[in-house]
Design a protein around this ligand. Structure first.
Ligand code: SAH
Ligand code: SF4
Ligand code: F3S
Length: 445
């Protein structure tokens, strides 16, 4: 039988939802009396909160687990949680017999029970429910960041893009009651948080699974804006189909809502989009972008794009390049297609050769870097609002993020950390602006 652990170490792979889930588990472990440690070697309990989105994400974890299996540490407890737990279920234990428990994305609340079971009976457990039914203790999360907090508003995804594992690893959409969200946000604001990122695989679906609540995503935003006390709100991620006129108006009208919208296109060709089951055409997407830009002048956009989806031709890839040129995204996360077990796209041959995928990825990336540098150049001389988060690595400047997700460094006293400041941008290097502080926007609290 294993000894009761005294220390724990967590490692998170994947998206912000996973980061928040790790913070929730970490809170549970603290309440059990365990102490977090920074290095994995000295921890009695290791938790790997995993991601399945691409093959590389899974290989990283499997490599790590394989390496741990070769070290003989009989008293160490190893748990695998998150999306890969749902994707692999008990196959994980078969492959990695030194793993002690497997907890899926919808079973994180079971962590205490699973640990108790393991310590009392020695039994290894695999819990991977398909649907999220029990609310997590978000308020008890052990948050890493003191000024920017993640708040979950909807879990799961009903969109079923043909390449994506998320509907299978996280299950169907389940919205969280609005009063719980508001209560958590009030707590965060009272604790000094200046920015809240609302999380969901598709935040715009908020409330769709609960028609009787009669609250849609924009309704939630209007309520939240009232409690933000000068702080700011972002949201991740939104499906273009569900970006409504009401949401666009909320971005225009609510002072707390950042003017940066993640608007993931995925591919520039309508044929590829149809095959991806993205349920919009290139034209419909561009119309929405135009509508948003006319309602909210100066709004910046972000995207995710996949190159090398099955059957994508060179001409179709050129349409993705063209969309990048047209929309001029401020932020872009670019991926090469990775076939995932259990998804509809697995039925099709992964027929774009790796070198072609990589060459397309490289071209798209360098186009985006060019555009990004132009956009940054155009911002020089302007004044932006920066949430000051820390000193930069050299300790010479303060560092933070603008409302539009740009890094800024500037000189100032440490006391400004945790506050919102007005900064004039005078130059930039790579992805970071260098600026000068203007008259304080708000008092340092
Ligand atoms: N729910 C979000 C993001 C989900 S995953 C959304 O729909 O926008 C983040 C990104 O990973 C996706 O937007 C997509 O660009 C990428 N992705 C998902 N599955 C992938 C796959 N099989 N291969 C390559 N990239 C993938
Ligand atoms: Fe995946 Fe599509 Fe859902 Fe995003 S919207 S999580 S890409 S299935
Ligand atoms: Fe990865 Fe799951 Fe997030 S697959 S990207 S951790 S939803």
């Amino acid at each position: 039988m294993k000894k009761s652990p005294k220390t724990f170490y967590t490692r998170t792979y994947g998206c912000q939802m996973n980061e928040l889930d790790t913070e929730v588990m970490s809170g549970m472990l603290l309440r059990r009396g365990l102490r977090p440690v920074e290095d994995e070697e000295s921890a009695d309990l290791l938790i790997f909160n995993t991601c399945s989105i691409r093959d590389l994400a899974e290989r990283k974890v499997m490599g790590k687990l394989g390496q741990l299996g070769r070290q003989k540490r009989p008293n160490r407890i190893i748990g695998v949680t998150g999306c890969m737990a749902n994707a692999k279920k008990d196959r994980l234990l078969q492959k990695m017999p030194h793993v002690d428990f497997v907890l899926g994305t919808n079973n994180l609340h079971d962590l205490d029970v699973v640990l108790d079971e393991l310590l009392h009976t020695g039994l290894k457990t695999v819990h991977t429910d398909e649907t999220f039914t029990q609310e997590l203790n978000y308020i008890g999360a052990n948050r890493k960041d003191p000024y920017r907090g993640f708040v979950s508003i909807i879990r799961g995804c009903d969109k079923y893009c043909t390449y994506c594992v998320v509907p299978y690893t996280r299950g169907p959409e389940v919205s969280r009651p609005m009063n719980h969200i508001l209560e958590e946000c009030r707590n965060l604001v009272a604790a000094g948080y200046k920015e809240i990122t609302l999380l969901g695989q598709n935040v715009n679906s908020y409330g769709n699974d609960r028609p009787t609540w009669n609250s849609r995503f924009h309704d939630l935003l209007y309520e939240l804006d009232k409690i933000m006390e000068g702080g700011r709100i972002r949201f991740l991620t939104s499906h273009p189909v569900d970006i409504t006129r009401e949401l666009m108006e909320a971005i225009r009208d609510l002072p707390s809502l950042c003017e940066h919208v993640h608007f993931p296109l995925q591919a520039g060709s309508s044929r590829v989009l149809r095959k991806m089951h993205r349920i919009y055409t290139k034209e419909e997407y561009l119309d929405k972008v135009a509508a948003l830009r006319s309602l909210v002048p100066g709004v910046e956009l972000g995207t995710d794009m996949i190159v090398g989806f099955p059957t994508e031709t060179e001409e179709e890839f050129e349409e993705t390049m063209e969309a990048m040129r047209l929309v001029r995204y401020a932020t872009a996360f670019l991926y090469t297609y990775s076939p995932r077990r259990g998804t509809p796209a697995m039925r099709w041959a992964d027929d774009v050769p790796l070198e072609v995928k990589e060459a397309r990825h490289k071209r798209l990336l360098s186009l985006h870097q060019e555009i990004s540098a132009e956009l940054m150049g155009a911002m020089l001389g302007s004044e932006v609002e920066v949430l000051v988060e820390r000193k930069n690595r050299d300790g010479t400047h303060l560092k933070g993020l603008t409302r539009c997700w740009r890094n800024v460094i500037f000189e100032g006293p440490d006391a400004l950390i945790g506050s919102l400041q007005k900064v004039r941008l005078h130059s930039f290097s790579h992805n970071t602006f260098i600026g000068e502080r203007q008259t304080p926007l708000r008092q340092v609290s």
